[in-house]
Design a protein. Sequence first.
Length: 352
Amino acid sequence: MNAQTELARKILSEYDGPPIRVMEVCGTHTHEIFRLGIRSVLPKQLEVISGPGCPVCVTPAEYIDEAVWLALEKNVTICTFGDLVRVPGSRSSLADARSRGARIQVVYAPEDAMRYAGEHPEEEVVFLSVGFETTTPASCLALQKAEEAGITNFSLLTANKTMPGAYLAMGDSADAFLYPGHVHAIIGTGLCEQLAAENGISGVAAGFTASDLLLAFALIVKKTQEGKPFFVNAYPRVVTREGSPAAVRLVEEWMEPCDSEWRGIGIIPDSGLQLKKKRDVYDARIRFGIPKMDAARPTACRCGEVLQGICRPTDCKLFGKACVPDHPVGACMVSGEGACSAYYQYGGYING
Ligand code: SF4
C-alpha cells in the first residue's frame, strides 16, 4: 500500500463526523466499489448511493419499443451491445423480437455494426446508439467511416445521453458526487468546477482502482468537513481540465444537444444528443418514420427510484425474488452495470 492510500485509509477510518451521502453516477464505479470491497473500509456515516450512471438502465422503455418496431415492422437488422437485448420494452424485449424472427446482431463497437452493414448491402442496418460521453464519439466515428466508405444502408437509433444535465437534476440527492473518470477524460473538468462555484454541487473525479476510490472518498470526507462546495480531480493521470478536444469536436460535427428521457426519471432538458439535421440520412427515426411510442411502465419495478438514489435495490419487493439476473424485471437488473445487478451479484444487500 503506498503512502497516499495509507493516508486515505487513515482519514476514512478516523472520521467521526456527521453523515455524508455520496452519489456515484457510473456503472463501472457501482460494480468496482462492490467488487473491491471498498464499502467495508468506509466509515459507517458515509453512505454510497447509485445514481443514473448505467447507460442501459437509463434508456427508456419507449426506445426499446422503437427498436422492436424497426426489427419487426421494417425488417431492419438491429446491431446492439448485448446488454440491451434483454432490457424490457413496454410490450417486449429485443430477445422476444428475435424469437419472432427479428434479426438482432450483438456487436462490441459501433464500427462492427458499420462493417456488418458494408458486408450486407441487401439489409438495412441500424445501430442502437446508447451511452454517455465515453461511447458517443465511437458512434460518430462509425458514421464518419460509413460516409467515407459510401455505405448507405447504415443508420443510428440514438439515445445518447450527457452527464451535466443529470448532475444538475440530481444535485440535491447527495452531499457530493463521485464523478466518473472516463466521462471527464472526454469532457474535461471545467463543468465540475462550474457546478461547485455556481450551483453549490460538490464532487470528486475518480478513477477505478482501489487506491483511486479510497483517495476519492477520503477527499470527499476531508473537503465536506470544510463546509464549502468543492471539486477535486483525483484522477489526474487520465482526466485533465481540457478533456479530449478531438473527441468533443467529432461529436459536435455529427450531433447536437436535445432534451432526453431517462428511464424512471423523465425528461431532463439538454441531457441528450441527436443527429444534426444535415445528418438526417443517418437518423433511423427519420429514415424509417418511426411512430411515437407510448410505453406503459411496469408499476412494481422501482428502477426509477433506484436511479435517483431514492431507494436501494433491496427496497424493491421484487429484488432477489421475481427479479433476478436470469429473469430481470427491470433494466437495473439486466445490465452488468446496473445497481440491482451489483447488489445481487455482490451481496450488497447483506452488508449494506
Ligand atoms: S430489483 Fe428488479 S424490479 Fe426491482 S427496481 Fe431493480 S430492476 Fe426493478
